[in-house]
Design a protein around this ligand. Sequence first.
Ligand SMILES: Cc1ncc(COP(=O)(O)O)c(C=O)c1O
Length: 390
Amino acid sequence: MKSILHQPLDRVGTDSVKWDGLERWFHVKSDVLPLWVADIDIRTAPSISEALAARAATGEFGYTMFAKEAQEAVSSWYGRRHGLDITPEHVLFSSGVVPGLTHIVEALTKEGDGIVIQSPVYPPFHELVTGLKRVVRDAPLKQVDGKYEMDFDALEHAMRQAKLFLLCSPHNPVGRVWTESELARVVELARTYDVIIVADEIHADLTYPSQHHTAINRLDDRVITVSAPSKAFNIAGLFASYIICPDDAWRKRIIQVQNKHHVLPTPFANTAIIAAYTDVRAERWLDQLTAELEEQATYVVERLNAELPRLTCFMPEASYLLWIDFAALGLEPEARKKWLHEEVRVFLSPGVPFGASASTFERLNFGTSRTIVDEALGRIKTHSDGKAFV
Ligand SMILES: Cc1ncc(COP(=O)(O)O)c(C=O)c1O
């Protein structure tokens, strides 16, 4: 079978944030390799492109409602892939996962309320909470034997002062797929302190074949889930996401906020969700992609451990993001940025916005061809070899 990941796709000149955004937004030279924003350098599943082309051919692009068929598609996907029984009417459209999380926080909490997050975590988690004038209650993850774990003492302390918990599952950037027993403890704590759990499961469908993702809604039927086919099928630019909210009163409040913000799908969002979640060809394509991503993760981690042992990295259990500690280089974040962009010529996501403990880290997106991965790792090695490690 032809590889999905290793077929080159030239994205330059497509207004790609990842590729064209470097020069336009950051004034970085065009020979810098972009291994930052979280999409992959591949075409989506051919069956999804076909469905979108057929929708485009209708020529009908008026204002569109969330299709019943799309709600049913989400329900059948979660049933088949995650063993969850979802009522289709509980699925709301969202024009992105971050907007979905933001609208939920706006609907179910008020200014000054505490919102739990677990840093290091995807920066919008911090930003949406402070942007809405809620208070971040951080329960930082801890490193145990080369792996990140939840700190349940910190989590309990944070939940005591919070109304809502933004859970990242699987976790960006540390790559953990939380186990059922970890999630069961989260549920228990949330019940004790009456905290609403909102689970961002956008990376769940990229869980590696060797791992198992537990949809936390299976352990507590009031959990609100926000997700999308966007990461799994590499269609983030279509903004086709959704919120699953089983609680009637909460769902009503979320809908009120969504109406205030004019949340409506594009016709292509409906088509993409239906094509991704109901066509067996897309499902087979995804199974191949996750296997290739696990192989790529293993390759990158093994190479880094062998060739750059003083950089610490954490083997992900899902998706295509690698969290690397550059502390041994002894560079401050600004100096490291200059070194990466001007000498090494790779663009990574800097750690600082992910949380207080992350200033020595960079996040590397290996969702690209082996050729580009090899070139990037080679550049990092060449330019690290001469550096005085502390
Ligand atoms: C955990 C997580 N949530 C949300 C998003 C972004 O989702 P969206 O673009 O749909 O807002 C990302 C993108 O990287 C992510 O990693």
